[in-house]
Design a binder for this molecule. Structure first.
Ligand code: APR
Length: 230
């Protein structure tokens, strides 16, 4: 049975109105990573960090999946093989489009995490500083987001998928953040056919067998149609 492993990044949600990180005017042009996306930043100013993720959580809650998310959910449903979606995104749009079993390697906006005991629970739309953990009752709640310097989630499962992939696709990611940017190398080394679908060439574009440039809402549905028509 053929297996397709798909990595998505912020670019797949751009046409749903959610900002990317490194494009012109992106999130990292508006906020310093060290202030809002590191454990040190959270320790220094938890209110600033909670506010940053409250803003993103509200935007994600109001966003709708676009035709690229919908096409991937259809591929999962109709492809006569296994389709695994690994996402760096935290916006939940893959699930809103009907995708299942999505591996959120950078966490999720709709989840809260207790720094003390590791308990997770559904995050309120607005998380406040000192939110008590429902389990250990300490007030060390944080957004369930993987920050720079922290280990991404599901890495063992992801590597197991990469080494058994027949096709690996990267969609809407700049290829500047590891370990995700190294996934194409893992998949290619294991014999997968690799394809990049991106608005612009990523930092690792040369490592792909095939590339499709353009907006995800155009390139992804075409690519999915081709796969389903084989
Ligand atoms: N269609 C397809 N690709 C697009 C579109 C679009 N409409 N708009 C932008 N892109 C592409 C850009 O060309 C860029 O290569 O999406 C990519 C977005 O890159 P980044 O902003 O770097 O986002 P991403 O690669 O997901 O970042 C990875 O970095 O800051 C961390 O945790 C954060 O998960 C994030 C990680």
């Amino acid at each position: 049975m053929e297996k397709i492993v798909i990595l998505t990044g912020a670019g797949i949600s751009a046409e749903s109105g959610l900002g990317t990180f490194r494009d012109e005017g992106g999130l990292w042009a508006q906020h310093r990573i060290e202030d809002v996306a590191t454990p040190e930043g959270f320790a220094r100013d938890p209110a600033l960090v909670q506010e940053f993720y409250n803003m993103r959580r509200l935007q994600a809650a109001q966003a709708q999946p676009n035709t690229a998310h919908v096409a991937l959910a259809r591929l999962q449903r109709d492809f006569p093989g296994e389709v695994v979606i690994v996402t760096q995104n935290v916006d939940g749009l893959h699930e809103k489009a009907g995708a299942t079993g999505v591996l959120h390697m950078h966490g999720q906006l709709d989840s809260a995490l207790c720094s003390a005991c590791g308990q997770r629970w559904p995050a309120p739309m607005r998380m406040t500083v000192g939110e008590p953990c429902p389990s250990c009752k300490t007030s060390t709640a944080r957004p369930d987001i993987v920050w720079f310097g922290e280990m991404p989630y599901f890495m063992d499962q992801i590597f197991d998928h990469l080494v058994s992939a027949d096709i690996f696709a990267a969609i809407g990611t700049s290829g500047q953040v590891y370990p995700a940017a190294g996934f194409v190398q893992e998949a290619a080394a294991a014999g997968a056919h690799t394809i990049e679908l991106n608005l612009d060439p990523s930092a690792v574009v040369s490592q792909f067998d095939d590339t499709r440039f353009g907006p995800a809402t155009r390139t992804v549905p075409v690519w999915v149609e081709e796969l389903l028509a084989r």
